[in-house]
Design a binder for this molecule. Structure first.
Ligand SMILES: [Zn+2]
Ligand SMILES: [Zn+2]
Ligand SMILES: [Zn+2]
Ligand SMILES: [Zn+2]
Length: 479
């Protein structure tokens, strides 16, 4: 399938342009689109092979223009021979300005008769040219892409030379910035890629689809919940574990729109309270302050100044930054912030994720023998993160699956230790392992949609093996 599934319909209106809806009822897990990348662009200043995208600084020995690593014998025949005939290009200059390769690859799509329509589709994507004009990113592109590409002498090679001007190059830069997806690079790091069909999906902070990209950069989009006929199909362009203001800012800066989705428009963020503060004026002590017209307590109507909230957040972020990977400092900040912010506040969740990650690497070290406290702490942290994810990613979710799996691991380990220290008996352990099996099965169920040749696919295989071992243990214990 290289098109949307027959259950999807692409529509168009004046406010959002093209978008996709469910033309029929769709079930959770159903694949909606499988698509390969139209254009892959290495991230800023990285030099990657045009054929396999591994890091390289070597240019193709035949065309002397495009990059080709030592393991790749050749690259696209059209692209190679296109440049062989052209001698006036400063290839050394290109090597010093590797950011130009993304634009060159894009212009090549227009030269090749077989990909000309792909180029046209790519150029028809939104670039927010007028909003970007004159901004910092615009002048940055002028300096690092527009001016160098003109000096490189490459433009006269292309057939529509006259049309390749600053306007067009800025438009292509905009299309790439606004529409590209982050993908894994083959060796390390990440790259950006344009997927023409997938970029038609609208954004929602609680999206109903998940995107999975396999080791060959093939994208698969599937529904993460049941979708009713007529519902818009959406994808979350930003980190769902950020608070509303942070998400809105990221979307405004990167994608040029102000999000008005149901989560952003709800001051409680669907009851997750990921941006809420605690009220210290409430006699009962359980009031929550949310941002409506003002920052106000939902219980006692106590109000606080917006500038004050901003300064608390600024200071808190500064403190997190200064705590840099120090687990004791992170734990201290969690206790401190828990008196000011709601326990689900995104800064507390961020700290909890950081602490969980440090504990994870500690537990993975085979030399260390973790005590029960460490295991118990990690179980609690995963549970807290999971509780928030249940609200902001209600359906099938990769983040949820991983948090659940991590919780399963430390919870089982913790209780096995208790059993060895005779704190619980065999019958109690059996009950706990039964619960753990349910957790692990649920985590696997959500990851089964991941492509096999990805780290998540590998994780799923390990989890299936763990499930068999766990079931064996349960069988042995019940005898
Ligand atoms: Zn290569
Ligand atoms: Zn070549
Ligand atoms: Zn939103
Ligand atoms: Zn109050």
């Amino acid at each position: 399938m290289l098109e949307f599934s027959e259950k999807c319909e692409v529509l168009k209106n004046d406010t959002v342009g093209r978008y996709v809806i469910a033309g029929k009822k769709i079930s959770a897990g159903e694949v909606l689109l499988t698509e390969g990348p139209t254009l892959i662009i290495p991230t800023c200043s990285e030099t990657r092979c045009t054929n396999c995208y591994r890091l390289t600084k070597r240019q193709c020995g035949i065309c002397n223009i495009l990059l080709l690593c030592e393991s790749c014998p050749s690259h696209d025949e059209f692209e190679c021979s296109f440049f062989v005939k052209r001698k006036n290009i400063n290839s050394k200059f290109l090597l010093d300005n590797v950011n130009l390769y993304g634009i060159i690859k894009c212009l090549l799509l227009n030269e090749n008769p077989h990909t000309r329509n792909v180029y046209e589709q790519l150029c028809s994507l939104e670039s927010h040219q007028e909003t970007r004009r004159g901004t910092e990113i615009w002048s940055d592109h002028t300096k690092t892409i527009v001016e160098p590409i003109i000096s490189s002498g490459i433009i006269p090679c292309f057939k529509e030379t006259r049309n390749i001007n600053e306007e067009l190059i800025q438009h292509i830069c905009g299309v790439i910035d606004v529409n590209s997806f982050e993908i894994r690079a083959p060796d390390e790091g990440s790259m950006r890629a344009i997927y023409l069909k997938a970029s038609l999906l609208a954004h929602h902070c609680v999206a109903n689809t998940v995107i999975a990209i396999d080791g060959n950069n093939q994208m698969r989009i599937y529904a993460n919940c049941n979708v009713e006929k007529g519902d818009m199909l959406t994808y979350c362009y930003t980190n769902p574990l950020l608070g509303t203001e942070e998400r809105r800012n990221a979307l405004l800066i990167g994608k040029y729109f102000y999000c008005n989705c149901t989560r952003c428009d709800d001051p409680t963020e669907l009851g997750s309270h990921m941006s809420s503060l605690l009220c210290n004026a409430c006699p009962s002590g359980d009031g929550v302050i949310v941002q409506r017209a003002n920052w106000m307590c939902e219980k006692c109507s106590f109000m606080i100044d917006e500038e004050y909230v901003k300064s608390i957040l600024r200071n808190a972020k500064e403190e997190i930054y200064l705590a840099k990977d120090d687990i004791r400092k992170y734990e201290g900040l969690i206790s401190k912030f828990s008196k000011v912010f709601h326990c689900n506040h995104y800064l507390i969740i961020d700290l909890k994720q950081n602490v969980a990650a440090i504990l994870r690497s500690f537990l993975m070290n085979p030399i260390c023998k973790p005590g029960k406290m460490v295991l118990q702490r990690k179980t609690t942290l995963c549970g807290d993160i999971l509780a928030v994810l249940q609200i902001v990613q209600p359906g099938i979710s990769r983040l949820k699956a991983i948090a659940l799996y991590e919780m399963f691991s430390s919870y089982t380990e913790f209780n096995r230790l208790r059993f060895h220290e005779s704190e619980i008996n065999e019958c109690e352990l059996l009950g706990i392992l039964g619960e753990a099996e349910i957790m692990l099965r649920e985590a696997i169920r959500m990851l089964l949609y991941e492509p096999v040749n990805t780290p998540e696919g590998q994780l799923t295989r390990n989890m299936l093996k763990e499930l068999r071992d766990l079931q064996n243990d349960i069988r042995m214990l019940s005898k």
